[in-house]
Design a binder for this molecule. Structure first.
Ligand code: PEP
Ligand code: MG
Length: 560
């Protein structure tokens, strides 16, 4: 069986699949038919088994993850909790229901305490699910942790699950949902995980089936023939032995500089980004630092994290984005009301504005970190749609001592009025992931509309061109920080449309640098015109590929 999805990056992997179990449903509140004492003994066994499992996972993971998992094991062993479960069993509940209710009550208690305890509260859901899984004799939810390398199959992953993947074990990731710009895909690219997303039949693969995952083609080959397997293994060896491309500043063939920057979600990736030749940071996604927090981070806590980042990039440009909460990255302290269409709701700057003290704290922490370090700090607001929002954000950032304040262009309205928005902003950075989602009206999380989620679409490119033109007229920088910048051929087109910098996950830097070096600015502009005049993303990609191969052939003939 072959599955077609959308590949992330250009990696290749081969190995047995393991499917991520779905979360367990809430145990029903049915009448208990077993004796209470029997239920209590079952619960004691399940709590001990869950604690032992969690501890073992911690030992395997080591580092900070081990501390978190040890703390979870202690929760499972908490005698007060066991007493509460027993009391509920005495009151007539089944073991499963009593565990569910006691953990939920404990979680609510921690939440009401706030601070560190509050932040650990959500861990209790995971522990509770594990105990119930033991009671029911089914697989524990969450990412499986076998002691052999495997290809992880999932419907989709929460950002926190992706961030915690054990990269020594997870050979590749295949999801049935999620488009190429979902945050699962972004984190996979950032961590150089071989990934294919939006492969509809992925969940039908049986555990243990050997697959070849080819991100370049987006193809997952199940039960490969001996020849297919041998070819994939040979390709893996060839890649491992390939010589490393030298790093240097990004530039076109005619010397036009195109600074290549890194997209980061924490300061931990800084050294790796620098080693791969990042000339600075073009997008620091601050919300990734606080995905698990139930309370807003303090100024001191944030200042420490930002200082760590800026110190790693002394003398270099670092663009930090204010918290982009909402849709697939909800932060419980910013998005408290459920919404029918969260991508169109109180997201990004809208959510920050509704909670201005949190925005002020973040900008203050950034200004303090800036004062303590020597990086060139730029700040920007996510999901800006109007000139008025631009004025609000840049004025507030300047008031709080940040000298360079800009906006992300992710909503078509902002692209269409870029000439006015850029009068009030020091720079613009185009988020092509959301710009594509909103232009094509295609949810970036939904596998069924992944084919619409293509930044090569001429409508998206036309909007990018609007921003590029406005930037050139007003002398304001225009960066690209969506996944489009990581596609080497598209990167050249984006420069032709007026992008002055490109920011991407560090894993993509080498390929993009090499591609830019092949073409002059004039040629990049010609490619951009070709893509703009196409009728679809597929046509645009093909037209540019054609023109590029004609150019390469001509250059080869001329040099003979
Ligand atoms: C984007 O939308 O292109 C972007 C860079 O922001 P994010 O992917 O974090 O929404
Ligand atoms: Mg975005």
């Amino acid at each position: 069986m072959n599955l077609q999805g959308v590949g992330i990056g250009r990696g290749l992997a081969i190995g047995p699949v393991l499917r991520m179990p779905d979360p367990l449903p809430e145990p029903t509140d049915s009448v208990r038919e077993t004796a209470g004492d029997v239920e209590k003994v079952r619960v004691a066994g399940a709590l001990a088994a869950a604690a032992a499992d969690i501890r073992l996972r911690g030992q395997r993971a080591g580092g900070a993850a081990q501390d978190v998992l040890d703390a979870q094991a202690f929760m499972a062993e908490d005698p007060t909790l066991k007493d509460d479960v027993d009391t509920r069993i005495d009151g007539g509940k089944t073991a499963e229901r009593a565990v569910f209710e006691a953990f939920a009550a404990f979680r609510d208690l921690l939440l009401s305490m706030g601070g560190y305890m509050g932040e650990r509260a959500t861990d209790l859901n995971d522990v509770s699910q594990r105990v119930v899984a033991h009671l029911q004799g089914v697989a524990a939810p969450g990412v499986p942790t076998p002691d052999y390398p495997f290809v992880l199959i999932a419907r989709d992953l929460a950002p926190a699950d992706t961030a915690l993947l054990d990269l020594d074990k997870v050979l590749a990731l295949v999801t049935s949902d999620g488009g190429p710009t979902s945050h699962t895909a972004i984190l996979a690219r950032e961590k150089s995980i071989v990934a294919v997303v939006g492969a509809p039949d992925a969940l039908k693969l049986p555990d243990g089936e050997i697959v070849i995952v080819d991100a370049t083609s987006g193809l997952v080959t199940a039960a490969p023939s001996d020849e297919q397997r041998a070819a994939a293994e040979a390709a893996l060896v060839a890649r491992a032995n390939a010589t490393v491309v030298p790093v240097g500043p990004g530039a076109l063939a005619d010397g036009t500089p195109v600074p290549l920057l890194a997209n980061l979600g924490s300061a931990d990736g800084a050294l790796d980004a620098i080693a791969k030749g990042a000339e600075g940071v073009g997008l620091f996604r601050t919300e990734f630092l606080f995905l698990d927090s139930t309370t807003a981070p303090t100024v001191d806590e944030q200042q420490e994290k930002y200082t760590q980042l800026l110190a790693a990039f002394a003398g270099k440009k670092v663009v930090v984005r204010a918290l982009d909460a909402g849709a697939d990255k909800p932060l419980s302290f910013l998005n408290d009301e459920p919404e029918e269409n969260p991508a169109l709701g109180l997201r990004g700057l809208r959510a920050l504005r509704a909670n201005e003290p949190i925005l002020r704290d973040q900008l203050t922490a950034l200004a303090n970190a800036d004062a303590a370090t020597s990086a060139d700090l730029w700040v920007m607001a996510p999901m800006v749609s109007t000139v008025e929002e631009t004025r609000y954000f840049t004025a507030l950032a300047h008031e709080l001592g940040l000298k360079t304040a800009g906006v992300m262009v992710e909503v078509p309205a902002a692209a269409l009025l870029a000439d006015r928005i850029l009068k009030d902003a020091d720079f613009a950075s185009i988020g092509t992931n959301d710009l594509t989602q909103y232009t094509l009206a295609a949810d970036r999380l939904l596998g069924s509309v992944a084919s619409f989620q293509d930044p090569w679409h001429p409508a998206v490119l036309r909007l990018v061109g609007e921003v590029g033109r406005a930037g050139a007229l007003l002398g304001k920088p225009v960066g690209i920080c969506g996944e489009a910048a990581a596609d080497p051929a598209l990167a050249v087109v984006l420069v032709g449309l007026g992008a002055t910098t490109l920011s991407m996950s560090p894993a993509a830097l080498a390929d993009v640098r090499a591609e830019l070096a092949l073409y002059t600015l004039e040629q990049a502009k010609e490619f951009a015109e070709l893509a703009l005049s196409a009728n679809s993303a597929v046509e645009a990609r093909a037209a540019v590929a054609d023109a590029a191969s004609t150019l390469t052939t001509t250059t080869l003939i001329e040099s003979e």
